[in-house]
Design a protein around this ligand. Sequence first.
Ligand code: GLU
Length: 282
Amino acid sequence: MFVTRFAPSPTGRLHRGHAFSARTAWRAAREAGGRFLLRIEDIDPTRCRPEFEAGILEDLGWLGLDWEQPVRRQSEHLGDYAPVVEALDRRGLLYRCFRTRKDILDAIGDAPHGPAEAARPGPHPADEEAAFLAEGRPFAWRLSLDRARDLLGRRAWDALAFVEEGRGPDGEHGLIRARPETAGDVVLARKDAGTAYHVAVTHDDALQGVTHVIRGEDLFEATHIQVLIQTLMGWPTPVYRHHALLVGEDGRRYAKRDRSVTLAELRAGGLSPETLRAELGV
Ligand code: GLU
């Protein structure tokens, strides 16, 4: 059974780009006689707001979408994600990172080999870690790609792959070899939330039996690390269909910060969903 989902984060109002993505996924489910799920990815307590979630439901309804109930709201399932982080930690794949965002950005500036290298800060020396722990400093858990490669073995590492039925930003299509190195030692548990996007998204895709992930090409790079997590956890890797991002008349992609193009404002300005769908071709 074909199962896909639209998984917005309620950090702002939806814009045309979201409308295109949501309609594309919904139509694919319809055409395949499959299921369409809506998932609210609200693990970031600092950026997500209930009124944005209400706005998402309103906008998707206006667009003519329907979805299965109950809607999964990740903030209500934080207890599901902690065991994933623990399972990876028990296998020695994680390390504590006490560095601040600024430390990491500064390191990138100083790194001789560019951002990819600096995104792998590595564990702290044991005495430093012990001192920071004793001070009660907050820390995040990072996935060590070196340890993951050692655990899986060279052959399994080289065989990490996914099927791309859409296109990546550079036209990637077909069977793609996953390159987790491009993402670095990603954070799998944030200091404030106890989990992080890559864990919650892969856990939920597996739990909900998602067979096809349909989303914008801005998340294509994230797929490389998500395939690694799926493999480490023994979860299936869905098929991916990334689509190009819509660009506005100024040639810039739509983003939540461009308040003028929210669906709410288009609607208030008298635009009908039929006109918008025709404009977007979905
Ligand atoms: N919640 C993510 C976002 O809004 C999308 C996750 C996904 O489709 O994998 O950017």
